[in-house]
Design a protein around this ligand. Structure first.
Ligand code: AMP
Ligand code: ZN
Length: 468
C-alpha cells in the first residue's frame, strides 16, 4: 500500500512519490524560530513530521529521502529577544537551537539531513530577490525595503483560496490590520522580501543591492529549499497556521523566481490546544518538555500523547491524555521486554506481516488513532498464542513501533555480540541453509570456543553469551 497524505493544495488525499529521476524524495519542513524553548504544541508538528520522514524511509529506502528543516534565526522576535537581553543575536539563537536539538533527541525525532539557517543563507535570499526584481515581481520601496508585488502572480491564493474567500465577503483579501510598513507598499497585500535596516535591528543587518537590511521571513524557506532540494520539491509541510500567509508567499516567490511548480504536495497538521485554545507563546498557555519532565512524565510519554490524535484534527492537551499514554507505553514496554528476551540478539530477518495493519493505517493519511489501535490488536493476538511468535514477528514489531512510530523502548539489557561473532554466526547460518552440516558444526565449535551459543529458530537465530 503506498503512502497517501492529504494535500492541502489539491484538497484531496494523494499518493506520495518521488518526482525526480534519481528517485530521491525531497521533503521540506518549516522549522522553529529559535528565541525561546519550543513548546509541546510546536513538537506536535515536529513529531508528526518525524513519522512522515520515517514512513518515507520505509517506503523509498533510507538513502532515498532528503529531509530539510530550517532554523529561523533572524526575525522580529529573535531580534527583540536579543535586544531585551542585551546579548548578540547569534548567542541567543544558539542557546535556543541547542535546546531545540536536545528536546528533539529526547523525543526521538530524527535530525533532518540538512538544517539550514536564515543567517547562513543571506546570499541565496538576496539572489532570489534579485531575480524577482528583474522579472518585475518585486519593487524597492523608498525606504530601501523590497516587496513582492502580489498582483504580478495571477495564481496567488491558490493554496489558501484567500481571494475566493474574501471575494465572497466582498472585500479585498488584504483585510488584515494595517501593517507598520503600509505606507511603503504599493498595495496593502504586498509582503516584504527585504526589510530596510531600522534602529531597532541594531547590528543585525547585511548589505544588499537595495541597501542594508535583513531578509523577510518567507523568502528564507524559498531560498533554502531551492539551495538544498532544487526548484521543485516532493513534499512541503508545517503547522496549519503557516498555510497563510507563509506558504502562500513561499509559492509566489518560488514559482515566480524559478518558473516552475514549487511543491508537488502540501501537508498541514493541526494544532495542539489547551482548554480549546491554540497552545502558543503569545497566549502563555504552553507546556515545554521540561515542564512535563518536572512532573515526571518521560519524553516518550509526551511523544505518545502527541501521536494519539489524528494529525489533521486539533488535539486537546490534558494531563489525563498523558496518563493514558503512560499506561499504553507501559504495556508496549512490557511486551517489548518479553519478546526481546527471546529474540533480542537475533540477527535481522525480514519482518512478518503481523504489524502490517499498523503501517497501513499510517500510510492511510497518517491515521494515528487507528495505527495505535491496530498495534494493540496485534499484540493481543500474539499474547493469546505466544508459542507461534517468531523472530520475523519480533522484527515486524520493532519496525512498526521503533522505526516508524519512533518510540524508543529501552528493553532489557542485552549483551551485544561483537562483529566478529556476528560474522561467524552469519557464516554458520549460511552453511546450515546450504546443508553443509559439517561446516556448520565446525563454525559452532568456533563460536563455543569464543564463548557464544547459537540457538537456531525457524527463520533466524539468536546469539547468547555462554554462562561463565
Ligand atoms: P514557530 O517556532 O512559531 O515558527 O513554530 C514552529 C512550528 O510549530 C510551525 O510549524 C507551527 O505551525 C507549529 N505550531 C505552533 N503552535 C502550534 C500548536 N499549538 N500546535 C501544533 N503546532 C504548532
Ligand atoms: Zn517556512
Amino acid at each position: 500500500m503506498p503512502i497517501r497524505l492529504f494535500d492541502s493544495l489539491a484538497r484531496e488525499t494523494r499518493e506520495l512519490k518521488p518526482s525526480h529521476a534519481d528517485g530521491v524524495f525531497r521533503f521540506y519542513n518549516c522549522g522553529p524560530t529559535v528565541y525561546a524553548p519550543a513548546h509541546i504544541g510546536n513538537f506536535r508538528t515536529f513529531v508528526v513530521n518525524d513519522v512522515i520522514r520515517r514512513l518515507l524511509e520505509l517506503e523509498f529506502g533510507p538513502d532515498k529521502v532528503k529531509h530539510v528543516r530550517n532554523l529561523t534565526d533572524v526575525d522580529d522576535k529573535t531580534i527583540r529577544r536579543s535586544r531585551d537581553e542585551k546579548r548578540p543575536l547569534a548567542e541567543v539563537t544558539k542557546q535556543w537551537t541547542d535546546k531545540f536539538h536536545a528536546d528533539c533527541t529526547a523525543l526521538n525525532c530524527l535530525p533532518p539531513h540538512v538544517e539550514p539557517t536564515a543567517t547562513g543563507h543571506i546570499v541565496e535570499q538576496v539572489d532570489m530577490i534579485d531575480v524577482l526584481m528583474k522579472k518585475g515581481n518585486a519593487y524597492r520601496a523608498p525606504d530601501g525595503s523590497v516587496y513582492f508585488k502580489v498582483s504580478s502572480f495571477s495564481e496567488y491564493g491558490k493554496l489558501s483560496r484567500v481571494k475566493e474567500r474574501e471575494l465572497q465577503l466582498g472585500s479585498s483579501f488584504a483585510t488584515k490590520p494595517q501593517a507598520a510598513d503600509a505606507d511603503e507598499k504599493e498595495d496593502v497585500s504586498d509582503f516584504a522580501l527585504w526589510k530596510a535596516h531600522k534602529d531597532d535591528d541594531g547590528e543585525n543587518a547585511w548589505e544588499s543591492p537595495w541597501g542594508r537590511g535583513r531578509p523577510g521571513w518567507h523568502i528564507e524557506c524559498s531560498a533554502m529549499s531551492k539551495k538544498h532540494l532544487g526548484d521543485t520539491i516532493d513534499l512541503h509541510s508545517g503547522g496549519v497556521d503557516l498555510l497563510f500567509p507563509h506558504h502562500e508567499n513561499e509559492i509566489a516567490q518560488s514559482e515566480c523566481c524559478n518558473g516552475t511548480q514549487f511543491a508537488h504536495h502540501w501537508y498541514h497538521s493541526e494544532h495542539l490546544l489547551v482548554d480549546g485554545k491554540k497552545m502558543s507563546k503569545s497566549l502563555g498557555n504552553l507546556y515545554t518538555l521540561d515542564d512535563l519532565k518536572a512532573r515526571r512524565f518521560s519524553p516518550q510519554t509526551v511523544r505518545y500523547t502527541l501521536l494519539m490524535g489524528h494529525p489533521r484534527k486539533q488535539l486537546n492537551f490534558t494531563f489525563d491524555s498523558l496518563y493514558s499514554a503512560e499506561s499504553a507505553l507501559g504495556k508496549l514496554n512490557a511486551f517489548n521486554d518479553k519478546v526481546s528476551a527471546i529474540y533480542g540478539m537475533s540477527l535481522r530477518v525480514p519482518p512478518s506481516n503481523k504489524f502490517d495493519a499498523v503501517l497501513d493505517a499510517l500510510r492511510d493519511d497518517l491515521n494515528f488513532p487507528s495505527a495505535l489501535g491496530e498495534l494493540f490488536v496485534a499484540i493481543k493476538q500474539i499474547e493469546s498464542n505466544f508459542s507461534e511468535f517468531s523472530c520475523a514477528d519480533f522484527f515486524a514489531f520493532k519496525q512498526a513501533v521503533t522505526s516508524v512510530l519512533g518510540f524508543s523502548l529501552p528493553g532489557i539489557a542485552q549483551e551485544v555480540p561483537p562483529d566478529i561473532i556476528t560474522a561467524l554466526a552469519e557464516k554458520r547460518w549460511a552453511a546450515k541453509k546450504a546443508k553443509d552440516f559439517k561446516g556448520a558444526d565446525a563454525l559452532r565449535a568456533e563460536l563455543t570456543a569464543a564463548g557464544w551459543s547459537m540457538l537456531d529458530g525457524k527463520d533466524g537465530y539468536k546469539l547468547e553469551p555462554l554462562k561463565k
